[in-house]
Design a protein. Structure first.
Length: 541
């Protein structure tokens, strides 16, 4: 219940916080934000009461602001007895997935177009403090009528924040404020606080923009995860899904830093695909050793084409070939104190991925058991599945996941379950997850955008029911090697060269298949031993 007595009691209670020397003031006036002041019966009477009592208690005045949760104040903040307004979420932008919205009345906006509209608005004729929103999805507490912003990532947030900071460069110091939404508004899907999906990426992006220059004057002492991973040089080609790769790489680096922790330890990048990965690992205080050159070194700086072009692929030498793999392991042997191995954007390009995983597992067990952090595209992402359904793309999808440079016959699209099977067969156990998700098309061509809206919406609704991983763009996992004695069964799982087929076990469950594979392995061991004792002669049937 609002009343003059309540207004007075409220401001007296708040005055205890205003008196704290840490409290934010503008020209000595405590800054106080009012959410939805239009709901006050008489907002001018309330604000007059607050100001008079604050001055009686020794403050020069209050600095009162309208929060733009429902738009700009009609007639300006002065009409409500306020001094300024503070930005909230952007209310405009491109609407996407309109048929799906009809199911529960949800509204889905494109995050980037929303902040572009916000940045391009003409300034109002009153003092307004801009804001930058990390993300928003309040469907957790609104089963109908929720508002969501697709494409809200640390990378997009950093771009918005950088431009918003630039927009207040000329503002006097006392009023040079910018608001961030929000620290821990979990029920709104709006938080900077670290989470399982992005780790500290939002905080690192914030620091990259706002932190003072480092000792060498070359930018923040420790740059943001996204700051070095996301921007694409203006002169670079833009083909392929480089944004998706770099988003996955950012998640992988964040996961590595979280799990390794100790500064100074070494991260070895088995198949580097972009120099930005190394810059970010070093910025986090870890050592970085690339085992093979990046595509930019080999291919004249091509960062954006469909193939990253590492030497092992460009030369047509599959890394699972014994001499190539032995050479890679030999280089690893020369690196001391390896805490983690990176295998980003490479495992799915191999005909026999668990041959490589098994070799790395055996090496890791003899080298202090460093982690293996892997990133591979998810073949069941809605957009990739739609491309396969329409016959417009091959198994690698339209984003260049398995480009001709690597040989499509060598491409192995991974699902979450097949990746877990491959990791286990190769001698690794999952100890950390940072899967990169996006409901926007995974590919540069955007297959889902090319089909009728009704079909796209129906596909998304079906995917939510039968394929919860339909929004997982890249699978990003940290693995630890299994202890000695575990049967890796690499050859039993991998697809052989073109023309060969794996044994057809029929409609078996995953557990039944493992049991059968174990049985066949045991039988094979018995037969081999019997033949050895018989001098290599095949026993008669």
């Amino acid at each position: 219940h609002f009343s003059p007595e309540d207004d007075l009691a409220h401001i007296r209670w708040l005055a205890t916080a205003f008196a704290d020397p840490r409290y934010i003031t503008i020209d000595g006036r405590p800054l106080f934000l009012v959410y939805r002041p239009a709901l006050l019966p008489d907002p001018v009477r309330t604000t007059d009461t607050w100001r008079a009592e604050a001055q009686r208690l020794g403050f020069p005045d209050l600095y009162l602001c309208w929060v733009e949760s429902w738009g700009w104040p009609p007639g300006g903040p002065g009409a409500f007895g306020l001094d300024a307004s503070v930005g909230f979420m952007p209310l405009d932008g491109r609407r996407i997935y309109p048929p799906a919205e009809g199911l529960r009345g949800h509204r889905v906006y494109d995050y980037r177009s929303a902040y572009e509209v916000e940045l391009q608005r003409d300034p109002p004729p009153w003092k307004r403090f801009p804001s930058v929103m990390a993300s928003w999805d309040n469907s957790a507490r609104r089963p109908s009528g929720a508002r969501m912003y697709a494409g809200a990532t640390p990378a997009a947030y950093e771009r918005w924040l950088r431009r918003a900071v630039a927009s207040v460069d000329g503002v006097r110091a006392e009023e040079n404020l910018l608001f961030l939404l929000a620290w821990n508004e979990w029920a709104e899907g709006n938080h900077l606080e670290p989470d399982h999906r992005y780790g500290r990426a939002y905080l690192e992006a914030t620091r990259a923009v706002l932190a003072p220059p480092g000792p060498d004057g070359g930018g923040p002492t420790r740059g943001g995860l996204v700051a070095t991973l996301d921007p694409v040089p203006a002169q670079a080609p833009t083909g392929g899904d480089r944004d998706g790769r770099l988003r996955a790489a950012a998640a992988a680096v964040s996961l590595t830093v979280d799990l390794v922790g100790t500064p100074g330890r070494i991260v070895a990048d088995l198949l580097p695909f972009d120099e930005a990965v190394g810059r970010q690992v070093r910025a986090a205080g870890l050592g970085y050793v690339p085992l093979l050159p990046t595509g930019s070194e080999d291919d004249g700086g091509d960062h954006g084409g469909p193939s990253p072009g590492p030497r092992w692929m460009a030369a047509g030498q599959p890394i699972e070939r014994p001499d190539v793999l032995d050479g890679l392991l030999a280089r690893l042997d020369t690196v001391d104190d390896v805490a983690a191995l990176l295998l980003l954007d490479g495992l799915h390009r191999l005909a026999r991925p668990t041959v490589v995983l098994s070799a790395l597992s055996r090496w890791a067990l003899g080298a202090g058991a460093p982690l293996l952090v892997v990133a591979v595209p998810n073949a069941t992402h809605l957009d990739r599945g739609m491309g396969a359904l329409l016959g417009t793309t091959g198994p690698g999808g339209p984003d260049g996941a398995c480009p001709p440079g690597g040989g499509r016959s060598a491409c192995r699209p991974f699902t979450l379950s097949s990746f877990e099977d491959a990791a286990a067969a190769g001698g690794w156990r999952d100890v950390g997850t940072a899967d990169s998700e996006s409901i926007r098309p995974a590919s540069a061509s955007g297959t889902t955008d090319a089909v009728p809206d009704v079909l796209a919406a129906a596909a998304r609704a079906l995917a939510r029911t039968v394929n919860p991983a339909g929004t997982v763009d890249w699978i990003v996992r940290a693995l630890t090697p299994l202890p000695p004695g575990v049967d890796h069964r690499a050859d039993g799982w991998d697809v052989g060269p073109p023309g060969e087929r794996s044994p057809d076990h029929g409609p078996l469950t995953r557990g039944q298949r493992r049991e059968l594979d174990g049985y066949l392995t045991a039988v094979g061991t018995v037969v081999s031993e019997r033949n050895r004792r018989a001098g290599g002669r095949m026993a008669p049937e």
